[in-house]
Design a protein around this ligand. Structure first.
Ligand code: NAP
Length: 512
């Protein structure tokens, strides 16, 4: 069996201590093992900061951008192998595997392109200069300079490729070295990616490290110039945010956590409208793509009360067409969830929702003798106010139809009971309804996706995270923010105001 190694302080090492076996979630066949600990993570932090940081800061943004483009190309050359690993270790259909692997390759390429336009300097210029005194002898300009620390990226199991790619694209372009900690359940793909990154020789020594296994005491070695970007559950996110060392040193922490995302159907949408079809299609995709293991997937389907039965019936009919099984079979449209633990969690979650909702199709019962399979499960709320519907994330192919009475104000109130979400999608052609809902939910969301007859058939669904738009959300969703073009570099830089004589300040800004 393959042993996954970490790449820390310039060498590959297997670690020691407890071992975790990673399997193929379709067949339960063991694929690899990884040791939980045994690595000197203090040495890794110092090596990244001192060796990698110095090398990256000596480069211009254009040079760093060139590196990202080259990395994207190096990974693309191994795309087929990466897709195979994603199917084997992640239980992903080929389409789901592409979502992750192509997402990584595309995001690296996008930041490579954006960085090329940033100029031959090592920092970003932030806005226009401003005269601060009576004459230009007192002038101010803002810059964003790279932090002189290490970016520690703790990734979730569901996007081993994209999660690593999107985070490292931003940090490396900013000029900050990275240490990528993979989610253990799907670490085979992350490990192979790490091998390709190291083997490509594109990055300077120290700019990239990879940790397979547990996070151990890594966070205890960080200081004020380091950055932690975490993606995972709200529970683990709270532990990271509460780490005493991170608090003591005011280490910048970005948390991307879980989210009870809503899809809202407007009262004006009839079943002849194009947007009705789009609504149903997008909900089914979100429930079944990656077996519902997407942080942006719809969990609550908010529907005018008089349409709730019709919507539940239509969704159940479409879900019945989804073939579930071993992803090695090309006809299969939904694979298993990623691990035995994940399966147990999803079953328990569905049972929890049943306290306030009835199962329309699917349910928690086992559907196969082997593998971590769960049926696409739709519920219909008996009590739309029940807290469990708005607070429990079932991270699998599961959503609940939640009826709302009245108009926009009720839709807004119920949506915002999610306590802060990554994305909400809204389907309506009624301008008044759209304006009221968007205005009401915007402060509680990182992204609001609007489906209408004008955009039907021309958009990617609300579950897709695009590098040009910000990703993240307030409150329960973690309060973090990633991507959004060059905004994604912000966590890795220090904004500094330069004040003084205009000539001197401007010369520095332009890098003369
Ligand atoms: P998780 O159990 O919270 O784990 C996330 C990461 O944290 C893993 O790498 C995990 O390592 C590590 N970890 C575990 N305990 C830790 C600790 N005490 N300190 C620091 N790190 C620790 O989440 P998951 O099961 O991998 O992922 C699913 C969850 O992620 C879902 O809730 C989903 O909504 C969320 N998610 C959010 C986003 C987003 O962008 N907002 C994206 C994807 C997923 P091990 O794997 O070794 O335990």
């Amino acid at each position: 069996m393959q042993t996954l190694e970490s790449f820390v302080a310039g060498r590959w090492a297997a670690g020691s201590g407890d071992r975790v076996v990673l399997d193929n979630p379709s067949t339960e066949e063991p694929l690899a093992e990884v040791a939980r600990g045994g690595l000197d993570l203090g040495e890794a932090v110092a090596w990244g900061r001192d060796v990698g940081g110095a090398a990256l800061r000596a480069m211009t943004l254009v040079e760093r951008a060139g590196m990202l483009g080259a990395l994207s190309k190096a990974l693309r050359e191994h795309r087929e192998e990466l897709l195979d690993l994603s199917q084997q270790n992640g239980g992903n259909t080929r389409g789901d595997a592409k979502f992750d692997v192509d997402g990584a390759i595309g995001t690296l390429a996008a930041y490579g392109a954006w960085g090329k336009a940033c100029g031959e300097r090592g920092w970003l210029v932030d806005g226009e200069g401003v005269q601060l005194g009576r004459t230009p002898r007192f002038w101010g300009e803002h810059l964003r300079v790279p932090k002189v620390g290490l970016a520690v990226h703790v990734n979730a199991f569901n996007f081993p490729a994209w999660g690593m790619g999107e985070k490292m694209a931003c940090a490396l372009l900013a000029g900050v070295p990275v240490l990528e900690k993979a989610g253990t359940a799907s670490a085979v793909l992350a490990w192979r990616l790490a091998q390709l990154v190291v083997g490509s020789g594109v990055l300077p020594e120290g700019a990239f490290q990879f940790l397979a296994g547990s996070v151990g005491d890594l966070l205890d070695h960080l200081g004020p110039q380091d950055v932690v970007a975490f993606t995972g559950s709200a529970d683990t996110g709270r532990k990271v945010r509460g780490n005493a060392n991170l608090i003591a040193h005011n280490v910048r922490v970005n948390i991307e956590a879980d989210s009870i995302n809503a899809a809202i159907l407007g009262p004006d949408v009839g079943d002849e409208d194009e947007v009705w079809n789009e609504f149903l299609g997008n909900v089914v995709v979100d429930m079944t793509q990656k077996a519902g293991q997407k942080c942006t997937a719809v969990r609550r389907v908010l529907v005018p009360a008089d349409r709730a039965d019709a919507v539940a019936e239509e969704l159940a009919a479409r879900l019945a067409d989804i073939r579930v099984g071993d992803v090695a079979d090309g006809q299969v449209r939904m694979g298993p969830v990623a691990s035995r633990a994940q399966l147990a969690d999803v079953r328990a979650g569905i049972a929890g929702l049943q306290a306030a909702a009835d199962v329309v199709c699917g349910g928690p019962a086992p559907i196969a003798d082997k593998g971590w399979f769960v049926a696409p499960t739709l519920l219909r709320a008996r009590d739309p106010e029940a807290a469990v519907l708005h607070e429990r994330e079932v991270f699998g192919p599961c959503a609940t139809v939640v009826p709302y009475e009245g108009g926009a104000a009720e839709a807004v109130r119920l949506t915002n009971r999610g306590g802060g979400s990554l994305v909400a999608s809204l389907y309506s052609n009624d301008r008044g309804f759209v304006t009221e809902v968007v205005t009401g939910i915007a402060p509680w969301h990182g992204r609001v996706w609007i489906g209408s007859e004008k955009s039907a058939g021309q958009t990617l669904g609300p579950g897709a995270v695009l590098p040009a738009s910000v990703h993240g959300g307030p409150g329960r969703a973690g309060g973090g923010e990633e991507l959004g073009g060059l905004r994604g570099l912000e966590p890795y830089t220090q904004r500094v105001a330069r004040q003084g004589d205009k000539g001197r300040v401007s010369r520095f800004t332009s890098g003369e």
